[in-house]
Design a protein around this ligand. Structure first.
Ligand code: OGA
Ligand code: MN
Length: 227
């Protein structure tokens, strides 16, 4: 093993990378505005790893995303044109991302007592021209998704490429309160049932990791609804 690798392994062992400040800032934003947008939130090596991994994934491993509960039936390209692939902890690269999100889950629960119970997450690939019309990720009382996360994996994104995430203050909002360019390493976190949002068409392929923290509303230990 190279010396620098040994050294960094040793340093991580005696002092794990400290996310305290970042988690503080995310929790503060959630408590005040209900959302936050952070460039370079994840460790750079983790972002790079996810980007490389996503490059390797075959296109066939993505399927066109559907809408609503029985996704396969309600396939609707008028609403969203991205292709998705769910992550699972059985694959080491996917597990690395899920582990970081698990640390964030615990960090937020400690600070805000949100009772976040678990996390589900998929890769999204928007082919050139694809979009996702204005929508909510959750509706009060009808879902257990409470916190949405999006992490972008697009090196050298140009404003002229479009593909912004527009966030609106509420259902009535006509002008977005935020326009987020899907730049490499930017993390967006928001309350799932508060903010309508949409993805504008992009002039080039647009990659991201989108996930939801859920609470467990159900009885008998069964998480409902299934995704
Ligand atoms: C979603 C979504 C936003 C984005 O997948 O529900 O709103 O910027 N994604 O990719
Ligand atoms: Mn959404």
């Amino acid at each position: 093993m190279r010396f620098d690798r040994i050294l960094s392994t040793y340093l991580n062992a005696i002092s794990p990378p400290d996310s305290t400040l970042l988690f503080d800032r995310i929790a503060d934003s959630l408590a005040t505005t209900g959302y936050c947008i952070y460039p370079q939130a994840l460790p750079g090596a983790l972002t790079d790893r996810m980007y490389r991994y996503m490059q390797e994934l075959e296109r066939e491993e993505f399927r066109r995303a559907g809408i609503g509960r029985d996704q396969e039936q309600q396939l609707n390209r008028q609403v969203r044109g991205d292709q998705i692939r769910w992550l699972s902890a059985g694959q080491p690269d996917e597990a690395a991302y899920l582990e970081w999100m698990e640390r964030l889950r615990i960090g937020i629960n400690r600070r805000l007592m949100m009772g976040l119970f678990d996390y589900e997450c998929h890769f999204s690939r928007y082919p050139q021209g694809a979009f996702y019309r204005r929508h909510m990720d959750a509706f009060k009382g009808r879902t257990n998704r409470v916190l949405s996360t999006v992490c972008y994996l697009n090196p050298d994104w140009k404003t002229s490429s479009g593909g912004e995430l527009l966030i609106y203050a509420d259902e009535q909002g006509q002008e977005p309160i935020e326009r987020v360019e899907p730049c490499y390493g930017t993390l967006v976190v928001f309350l799932s049932d508060r903010f309508p949002h949409e993805v504008l068409p992009a002039q080039r392929e647009r990659l991201s990791l989108t996930g939801w923290y859920r609470v467990n509303n159900s009885l008998g230990g069964i998480v409902d609804p299934p995704r």
